[in-house]
Structures are given as C-alpha cells and as structure tokens.
Write a protein that binds this ligand. Structure first.
Ligand SMILES: [Cu+2]
Length: 391
C-alpha cells in the first residue's frame, strides 16, 4: 500500500473553519495523504503494517503523547475517542515584588493599602498570604468526528487553600495571628476543537480553538482574621475564586516532530477574555504562553521529557466592589507577570494485556524565572499526574 505523501500540502486554515459538517466531504481526500506521525493507538491507519506488534494489536508509543502538563497536543483518527483524568498540584510559598523576594514584615510596613481612606482601612497592608496550594482534578474527553478535527472537553474541579499572617493594629510588626481560607468547586468548563493543518512523515501542526464558559464560582466566601482581632466572613480575593467569571477564548497552535526515539514539540496557547468584565465588575488579564519540549523514548512503554513553559499575563482589569482589605490579593494590580517553568516528565504506555492502551504520565516542574506584579505569591513547584485511555 503506497500513499503519495508528496502531494500533501498545508491545508488552508479557512477551509477547516467552515465546520464539521463539510469536513466529512474532504475527509476522504485528506485520508489519502495524511498519515499522522504522532499516531496514538486509535489513530493508526488501518493499512499500516509497520506499527503492528503482533497478535493484531496496534502499537502504543509512550512518546505519542506530549508531557502530561501539555493539553490539546494530539489529535485522534476519525471515530477515535479518549478519556483522561489529571491531578494537578501547585505550591506557592513566600512573596515577590518583580523578581525580588519580600518578607511579610517588609510588606506590612512599606506597601500602601489601596483602600486607605475607606472606614477602618489602615495606611499599609496588614495581612500577608504566606502559603497557597491549588489542587485540580481535571476530567477530559476527546472525540474525533473526522480525521481533521478532534473535539476536546475539559472540566476542572478545583480546591484552593491559602495561609495568612495577620499583623496587629494599624502599624508595626506585632503578629495578631494566622488563618487559612479555603475554596473549592467546579471550575470553568472548556470545549475545544483541534484542527489539523499539516502532516508529513515527521512533522505535524494543528490549530487549537477553545472556548470556556463561566461555570466556576466567583463569589466564594470564608472567614478571615482582621488586624483588630475580628473574624468576619468576607468574599475571598480574586486568587481564591474558582472561575474567571467571563467567557474566555483559548486559541493555540501546536507543533509535533519526531525522529526515531526522539520526539519534540512546541505549543503556543492563550487565554483571551471575551467580555470586558464579569458579573462582579472585573476581568482577568489575558494570558499568553509558549512551551517547548524534547522527549526520548527508551522503549515503547516509556519515554522521558524535558520541557520549558514561559507565560505572561496582564493584571486584573476592573474591581469587585466586595473585595477590599489591607491584603495584597485584594488589589487587582497585584496579579499577572511573567513566569518560566522547567519541567521533567515520564510517560508510560501499557503494551499488552489489561494494561494495553492505558497511559500513565507524570510531570514535575519548578520555576526558573518569576517577575510578578507584586507583592504576589511566588510559585515553588507544580506537578501533574495523569491517566489516559483511548478507545
Ligand atoms: Cu486524546
């Protein structure tokens, strides 16, 4: 069976955007020439013999998927679908202004309180977040109505916890006490279309077009400890809310390449707010990120990866009138900045028996650069653990 790959050209983007209905018409045409290199078990062309390992089982390659922290990075063949679960954890400790670390004592004696002048508001900040953890359980499903379009649905469940130190009164560095706030719930649901742009024997490009709905809560509340010793329940600051409150566009471009045991890839992704403000009067800053990785496949069942992930985000625009207080997280200006993470990953792909087609992957990362609109909490480390199964 010979396929004429040389006739493969970059598909006009516009023709893909006309929708799923007409894609079916030229699927036949494209399937003559497209033979995706990063093929997953379910995407192997039925005519392919090179990848069959015997017993009629299709070959499963660990590096056919990118490091687990990257999303929407592979497509499926027509009719293929996949379920996934990811557990993500991010740990933050300490604060920065720009690139410089700053202590709680320095924050509460030098950083102005933007709410000063309102009743009971001190001149400087008096409450400092010291540690924050974010746990996310992400359920995902992928389905390919055609060879050129894969649909992806993601639903996050988020839990956030933030520890604080409250300093006593309106000045000085006497500590009143500590407190922890917690919020949790279903986050913003996202639907994406991955649109194939180009394939040859070693390279693959696709477009990512995602849209998220404001299904996550933005009015979470919890009790705090004030500098005067009161414990009121208040609306939690932006960082502790679960959703963005706006409809957001998630555009992106993904590139994958491979050569024998080595594979690599890059992805640009963005979050663009489609509304100028949510129901509470603000919108999160737009975010742009670029990631690139290299993976080495030691055996079909295991590959390891190194990845860089660079992102930049604007500060929050607008303000929630119910969020106020002598704490950095209540100020919309103390959001956004730049961060570059270095991540190490392992992908495992079950080859036979009950494990066949099951994927397990892990990725751990640490920031190598942080320049934050601050004072703002700095990231210490993050990891993602994921399971995937294609059908
Ligand atoms: Cu998939």
């Amino acid at each position: 069976m010979s396929k004429n790959r040389t006739s493969m050209a970059i598909h006009p983007v516009a023709s893909h955007l006309k929708g799923i209905a007409i894609t079916a018409a030229f699927t036949t045409l494209c399937s003559l020439s497209s033979n995706p290199v990063q093929a997953d078990e379910s995407h192997m062309p039925s005519g392919s013999t090179t990848a069959v390992s015997g017993g009629g089982h299709n070959h499963v390659r660990a590096d056919a998927h990118a490091p687990i922290g990257v999303m929407g990075e592979h497509m499926h063949k027509k009719g293929g679908w996949m379920l996934s679960y990811r557990y993500m954890r991010m740990d933050m400790e300490g604060n920065r202004i720009g690139e410089n670390k700053v202590s709680p004592e320095s924050i509460v004696t030098t950083v102005p309180n933007r709410f000063f002048g309102a009743p009971g508001q001190p001149k400087t900040l008096r409450i400092v977040p010291t540690e924050m953890t974010m746990d996310m359980h992400m359920l995902g499903a992928m389905y390919a109505p055609t060879d050129n379009v894969t649909l992806m649905f993601m639903l996050p469940m988020v839990r956030k916890s933030m520890d604080h130190l409250t300093f006593a009164g309106g000045a000085g560095t006497n500590i009143r006490g500590g407190f922890t706030t917690v919020s949790q719930g279903v986050g913003d649901a996202r639907l994406s279309a991955l649109v194939r742009l180009y394939d040859d024997a070693n390279n693959h490009f696709h477009l990512n077009l995602g849209l998220s709905a404001p299904t996550g809560s933005i009015d979470e509340r919890d009790n705090i400890l004030t500098p005067m010793g009161a414990r009121p329940e208040v609306r939690l600051p932006y960082a502790m809310q679960i959703g963005t409150g706006t409809w957001d566009l998630h555009p992106g471009l993904t590139y994958l390449g491979k050569s024998n045991a080595l594979s690599w890839g890059a992805q640009y992704r963005a979050e663009i707010r489609l509304e100028s403000e949510n129901d509470e009067g603000y919108s999160w800053g737009d975010k742009h990120a670029l990631t690139a990785w290299v993976a080495y496949q030691w055996a079909p069942w295991i590959s390891t990866s190194v990845r860089l992930d660079a992102m930049t985000q604007e500060a929050i625009d607008g303000i929630d009138a119910q969020i106020a207080g002598p704490v950095q997280t209540a100020d919309p200006d103390n959001y956004g900045g730049e961060r570059v993470d270095l991540l190490f990953g392992v992908n495992l792909a079950g080859q036979s028996g009950a494990l066949h087609g099951h994927r397990l992957a892990f990725e751990f990362g640490v920031p190598v650069h942080q320049d934050l609109n601050g004072p703002q909490m700095e990231t210490d480390w993050l990891f993602t653990l994921g399971w995937q199964k294609a059908f």
